[in-house]
Design a protein around this ligand. Structure first.
Ligand SMILES: [Zn+2]
Length: 452
């Protein structure tokens, strides 16, 4: 059956149209001023003059996965439920190759998690591990929806580290295959040069001293130089420093370079680590000094970065609270998935008075493009998936909620009036007035522009 979202302010991706969106067979059939004559017999949802935005995307999500010895608290079911109730219709999660596993098997293992378990659509970033990659297998993966490769400039002990020499060798080949490199940027040599004997290991604040801003900035500058020399598209994940953001903003004028930051780096400073329970806010890169946080907020507001994402990483409460007098015993990461849209709307639109279009660019248009999901996702255009959100900025006050799992939520206690009046996933209404309708899990793995 056709469906008409009538009388909205439609954020198409090219601008804002006062009017309607016609949906047929799960896709956007038309956008225009008065589509009622085309929509005989269609179910009508009256948007009542509210914004209609493309389904939002969290570009950086860890869920239904193991990180080192830890199993994350969120599986795909719980993660996707809190996501879609807050307007996120696609999450981009991580698929990490296990030792001895073929890349095809890694891809299959993660793709199999989605059907019947996810309430939103899911795409994946792939992390090949080991030194001897199967490049033939890698070349076949873009057709299955894997268009980004995530690597790390640190984490030797976890077996994730790539040296700069190795990155210089890999990046031209990624460029040839049309794959985008996502890079965790903290320079391992600079991290290793900090002497743990100089800090108080009982104090979670020491984490910031052990992972100084210069390690991130140096790694971002090095990565940008390699992107320039090799032509490999580069996306820097979770930028926490204003100098790092500044380097990205300068580089992307000439090269295919982009950057993301996260709510924790925009809204929290390292002083939070000194409060009771501060160890629960340990993440890498760490929270930064207030002056740096404020500069990063101003720069992001001025458009220095391309994506707002969470780096949602929900460790169980008991595992975060293993804090045993050495902050290094605490796993690094915080949840944020359900909080992303309310917090960033509050910061950008309510506090800074920026147009909603800016937020749509950071939460839909850019992440869809960088994940290779455009033009099916991230825009409201004829032929795109009818992932649509009717946003009400003046709904009843409600608590912000990052996660439905048993994980410490850094955003609990905050409230929002932003409400998702209607959320459609490929044309099916799945959320009404912020409440997930009692429907089966309809999420699919995104195979990219050519999928059916
Ligand atoms: Zn991450």
């Amino acid at each position: 059956m056709a469906l008409l979202i009538a009388n909205g302010l439609v954020h198409t991706g090219d601008g804002v149209v006062a009017g309607d969106v016609l949906v047929r067979r799960g896709r956007v059939a038309a956008v225009g001023a008065d589509l009622a004559p085309l929509a005989a017999g269609a179910r009508v949802i009256d948007a009542g003059g509210l914004p209609v935005v493309p389904g939002l995307i969290d570009f950086h999500v860890h869920a239904d996965d193991e990180i080192g010895p830890f199993t994350l608290a969120d599986d795909l079911a719980s993660a996707s439920r809190v996501a879609i109730a807050n307007g996120i219709t696609t999450i981009v999660a991580f698929a990490t190759q296990r030792t001895g596993e073929s890349l095809a098997d890694t891809a299959a293992r993660y793709l199999a998690k989605v059907p019947d378990r996810s309430w939103c659509d899911v795409a994946f970033h792939l992390t090949p591990t080991g030194d001897d990659w199967d490049w033939a297998a890698l070349a076949r993966l873009p057709a299955r929806g894997f268009r980004t490769i995530k690597l790390y400039t640190t984490y030797r002990q976890a077996g994730l580290y790539s040296s700069w020499d190795r990155l210089a060798a890999i990046m031209p080949r990624l460029a040839e295959l049309g794959l985008r490199l996502l890079l965790h940027c903290e320079d391992d040599a600079l991290l290793a040069a900090v002497d743990p004997g100089q800090v108080d290991l009982c104090d979670p604040f020491s984490h910031t001293l052990m992972r100084p801003p210069r390690a991130e900035v140096a790694a971002i500058e090095h990565a940008i130089a390699l992107a320039r020399d090799t032509g490999c598209p580069l996306h820097v994940v979770h930028v926490s420093t204003p100098d790092g953001a500044s380097a990205i903003a300068a580089a992307r004028r000439h090269h295919e370079v982009s950057g993301e930051t996260c709510p924790q780096y925009l809204l929290l400073s390292d002083q939070s680590l000194r409060l009771p329970g501060g160890h629960r806010l340990l993440c890498s890169p760490p929270l930064r000094a207030e002056a740096d946080r404020a500069r990063l907020e101003a720069m992001t507001g001025a458009g220095a970065l391309d994506v707002l994402a969470t780096d949602h990483c929900p460790f169980r409460r008991t595992e975060k609270d293993r804090f045993n007098g050495d902050y290094r015993s605490v796993p690094n990461g915080v949840p944020g998935l359900g909080a992303l849209v309310p917090l960033m709307h509050g910061l950008w639109v309510d506090r800074h008075g920026r147009p909603l279009e800016d937020l749509v660019r950071l939460l839909a248009i850019n992440p869809a493009r960088l994940a290779g999901l455009g033009p099916r996702k991230g825009v409201i255009r004829e032929g795109a998936d009818a992932d649509l959100v009717v946003l009400d900025p003046s709904g009843p006050e409600r608590p912000v909620c990052s996660t439905l799992a048993d994980a410490h939520d850094p955003w609990s206690g905050r409230t929002t009036r932003l409400s998702c009046r209607h959320v459609l996933l490929r044309g099916v209404e799945v959320v009404r007035d912020g409440v997930l309708l009692d429907a089966p899990a309809r999420g699919r793995a995104c195979q990219g522009p050519g999928d059916q």
